[in-house]
Unconditional design. Structure first.
Lengths: 231, 459
């Protein structure tokens, strides 16, 4: 005695394939969502109390990163400049600009400007700026073309795979120390070689190998060990 | 003379199925339990109590999720407490079901036909109960999916060198294969229930589950092949799953864990406790549902003999552990032996020896093997003993390891007990539902045992 019509045979067979397709699609969708800016905030220009333009100050005026982010070479934290740093110039220029009123208010009251943090790592990650600088990792390797950002955004996904892409193969990213703050640095090519200690390198492969040795980078095994970042 | 001896041997063995049954009476008797027998007050009471215990477990787990594993009695140096004791205990219990359904099938032990269905159900429910503990003991159970290898944004795989990951695969494979095996075995019986049900919804549900079973010769041929293949797949799992569970300990260097005898000794212990659980379920079930015709003294005897045999393998394991501690010359192993015999948990070690080696020796007597009440009690004692075995292995080893400054004690809290008793409730809840809505004895496999089924071919 059959309860169901003959056509249910086809439905049940299709459902086998259907379940696989649906589960796979769901999984794919979740993977895409997890990598999307909805989760990572990558590329999202967050609103700031003052629409500070890195593009204007770096490309337009030629100010070095370290003028404001003073502790980047010596500390884990690059440093957010105090209002006084702004006022070094803005007590002289654009003194009446409406846009800069929050800066002047902060200067008068002594209250810090509440910037919205853009590049935020989770608290269970130990990260240190100075070691990256001293080993020849450029600012824009992680922060992207900051000199072309009218409003700051996060360039990388800051997910663990993004960290590991470099930690598993640092030679592809390392550059001479004096080029770390050069936002327009390009990796060596035959037309534009890089000179180190009198030797000319025309490709990143040989330069990376030489710098790894010169700057005494720890082994890949060391810098991909769990407790390098999760202490 | 020889004929006479043969005759008496046959007479002495109880039959697998009592005489006087036909295809129709077998089908009637088993399917009526599900389809026409009214729900008794006893069933409702038992179900309610088990269900309450399940709710207690969920409450304890809810508190655990809110507050963390600190509510349990574990603390360094005892990172593994009740959770792992109970996990190993439950997963071991499950092993008897697979042994009965797969290995005894391949060995053509026809007596298995009347107990394989609920033994397999027992396996599934026991593995489900076991699965609760590793799932919640991780501290952050909402990240449990990290245990599975899947492409992720961390660009990391689980640590494949860790036996804990082997455990994930062993247990999930075991559950999947057991579920498939159980379900495939149920399909012909689902067909029977569909045909005999009068309730429209029952017909729909059983019809859906029977997957269009018509009982044609082709269906049977394919069914037999699929069942045999799955039995072949399940057979190595009987040995492999508890072997991998034992690696959780044996791969570690803690004294009392780091021994090569663990895999066989764990597997034997698993089957030991599993048959005890089978008997603890079979004895009341056959009484309540008047199934003495199908679950005969033969089944009780055979199960008791399996327990006696595996019990001695376990005893051998204890003896070798003690011998190695004494003879091996390793001061930490010797210290462990001393702690088992004279340490703070020595009482429980002696209880373990009493429950697992002492009392089960009563099974040498035929009267004990066929007396349901005594057999029930001995099975209970064995289950307690096997639980104590895991407690002794985990807690005594962890409380006293290498450095005296890191010695500690372990006291389970009420949350430990609520979770443990709760899983027993969950197990019984599932069993109560199972006997009420599914045929607890395989109808068609019992029919194969009848004289009617043995049709003489004409050559």
């Amino acid at each position: 005695m059959q309860i169901f019509p003959r056509s249910s045979n086809a439905i049940s067979k299709a459902s086998i394939v259907g379940v696989i397709v649906i589960v796979a699609t769901l999984f794919w969708f979740l993977m895409q969502l997890q990598g999307s800016p909805y989760v990572t905030w990558q590329g999202v220009r967050k609103a700031q109390p003052i629409p500070f333009s890195h593009q204007h100050h770096v490309t337009g005026l030629g100010i070095d990163c370290r003028y404001c982010h003073t502790s980047v070479e010596t500390s884990s934290f690059a440093g957010i400049p105090p209002t006084k740093t702004c006022m070094n110039c803005h007590s002289q220029i654009w003194t009446n600009a409406q846009m800069l009123e929050p800066v002047r208010a902060s200067y008068r009251s002594g209250e810090s400007i509440q910037w919205t943090r853009v590049n935020q790592l989770p608290d269970f990650v130990y990260f240190n700026h100075s070691i990256h600088i001293v080993k020849g990792i450029g600012c824009n390797d992680c922060h992207g073309p900051v000199d072309q950002m009218p409003l700051m955004y996060q360039a990388g996904s800051l997910q663990m795979q993004w960290c590991l892409d470099c930690h598993r193969d640092p030679e592809k990213h390392i550059r001479p120390r004096d080029q770390v703050f050069n936002m327009r640095y390009e990796q060596p090519s035959s037309s534009a070689p890089v000179q180190i200690d009198g030797v000319s390198y025309s490709d990143q492969e040989s330069l990376g190998a030489a710098l790894t040795k010169k700057y005494q980078l720890r082994t890949v095994q060391d810098i991909t060990s769990c407790n390098t970042c999760h202490r | 003379m020889a004929d006479h001896l043969k005759q008496s041997a046959v007479v002495e063995r109880a039959p697998v199925i009592e005489p006087g049954h036909s295809f129709a009476t077998v089908t009637d008797k088993i399917s009526s339990i599900v389809l026409t027998r009214p729900t008794t007050n006893g069933w409702i009471f038992g179900f309610a109590v088990s269900f309450l215990a399940t709710m207690m477990m969920l409450f304890a787990l809810g508190v655990l999720f809110l507050k963390g594993v600190g509510i349990w009695g574990i603390n360094i140096p005892i990172g593994w407490g009740f959770a792992i004791v109970n996990f190993v205990w439950w997963i071991g219990i499950g092993h008897a079901g697979t042994l009965i359904s797969a290995i005894l099938l391949l060995l053509r032990q026809s007596w298995r036909n009347s107990i394989n269905r609920f033994a397999e159900a027992m396996t599934l429910f026991a593995v489900a109960c076991a699965g609760v503990f590793p799932g919640v003991h991780t501290g952050r159970p909402w990240l449990d999916y990290w245990m599975f290898p899947y492409p992720n944004t961390m660009n990391y795989w689980p640590q494949f060198r860790s036996p804990l990951i082997w455990d994930v695969f062993a247990v999930s494979t075991y559950f999947t294969v057991s579920l498939l095996f159980w379900f495939i075995g149920l399909i012909p019986d689902f067909g029977t229930l569909r045909d005999r049900a009068h309730n429209k919804y029952a017909q729909m549900i059983y019809g859906l589950l029977s997957m269009g079973w018509r009982g044609s010769a082709r269906h049977w041929a394919r069914y037999e092949m699929a069942y045999l293949l799955l039995a072949g797949l399940a057979t190595p799992l009987v040995l492999s799953v508890h072997t991998v569970v034992s690696f959780d300990f044996a791969v570690g260097i803690v004294p009392g864990w780091h021994t090569t005898i663990f895999p066989p000794y764990f597997v034997a212990g698993a089957i030991y406790s599993g048959f005890a659980m089978v008997l603890m379920l079979a004895i009341p079930i056959r009484k309540i549902y008047n199934l003495e015709d199908f679950i005969t003294d033969r089944h009780l005897q055979n199960s008791a003999k399996v327990m006696l045999a595996t019990g001695w393998i376990v005893a051998y394991g204890y003896a070798i552990e003690a011998f190695t501690g004494w003879y091996g010359g390793n001061r930490y192993d010797a210290g462990l032996l001393y702690n088992r015999l004279h340490g703070p948990y020595a009482f429980w070690y002696y209880m373990l020896l009493l429950c697992n080696i002492g009392i089960p020796q009563l099974l040498w007597f035929r009267k004990m093997r066929t007396h349901p009440v005594f057999l029930f009690l001995i099975s209970f004692v064995i289950l307690v003993g096997m639980w104590l075995e895991r407690f002794v292995i985990i807690v005594i080893s962890l409380t006293r390891d290498f450095v005296p400054s890191s010695f500690g004690m372990y006291y389970p809290t009420k949350w430990d007990w609520m979770t443990y008793i709760g899983t027993i409730g969950m197990f019984l809840t599932a069993m109560f539902l199972f006997v009420r809505i599914l045929p607890m004895i395989s109808i068609f496999e019992i029919r194969q045992l009848l004289p009617e089924a043995k049709v003489e071919g004409k050559h």
